[in-house]
Design a protein around this ligand. Sequence first.
Ligand SMILES: Nc1ncnc2c1ncn2[C@@H]1O[C@H](COP(=O)(O)OP(=O)(O)OP(=O)(O)O)[C@@H](O)[C@H]1O
Length: 283
Amino acid sequence: MAWQIQCTASSPPASPPPFTPKCLPPRSLFFTLSATSSSRFCPPHMPSLRSVTCSLSAVESPTSTAGLDDSKTPLLEVKGLTAVIAETKQEILKGVNLVVHQGEIHAIMGKNGSGKSTFSKVVLVGHPDYEVTGGSVVFKGENLLDMEPEERSLAGLFMSFQAPIEIPGVNNIDFLHMAYNARRKKLGEPELGPLEVLGADLAILDEIDSGLDIDALRDVAKAVNGLLTPKNSVLMITHYRRLLEVIKPTCIHIMEDGRIIKTGDSSLAKVLEEKGYTSISAE
Ligand SMILES: Nc1ncnc2c1ncn2[C@@H]1O[C@H](COP(=O)(O)OP(=O)(O)OP(=O)(O)O)[C@@H](O)[C@H]1O
């Protein structure tokens, strides 16, 4: 797990470098996480990820708003989110509860069709295919559901596409990050992580591991690692435990039929591998 070793090697300064939001136009919402990104992105002020722990231990979590660590600042608070397909009114999200605090990595797993992508589309972009019928989504204290996609981006959300290597311009974020930090270095200022350069606090990464071989997966893991700072958080949507072997999440949430039915620490992925989703939903 080279990504962890790299990032634990640096000790954090007394205070993290200042955040620099709004340094990019609104279109920066849609960047692609590069499978070729390297660990050079690991920000120097990042603390050991091992210090970030989930206080829940594979407990049932019909309302996973239950505090992971109340001393931390919540970034994203989703409560009772329900949504239907706009055209047919079929309900897909049936009361999602989720809290992501600063500096945490969360993973959402679940069977095909459980509602993971719908959740990310509703939260991130307010996708027109869906209508929110209830609940709330608060990001940094603001009601996200009232915001246009551009406003969500400016508020500090970042989303990656699925299948990153199929998207042209895959290295944009690498280039942007390097160019920005080169200038900061020249000015004698501390370098920033990619999310800070983007002015984003939370990255939602939807199935960034789909179709990747093990080597590409390691590169993606390094890139995800490089997105983190003590203030930034990552919410990953994934099918595969193998990604969670190289990126140890603070918490794993299991989604089933439009709800999060269980929240636990990274050991939950092992339970899934050994016993499958059925064992969890049947408990
Ligand atoms: N725009 C849509 N029109 C019709 N059905 C939809 C639409 N969006 C989602 N669905 C249905 O809602 C359910 C949840 O879909 P969603 O893509 O969110 O699940 P998922 O957990 O991300 O699945 P996967 O792991 O296969 O990507 C599925 O049954 C899907 O067919």
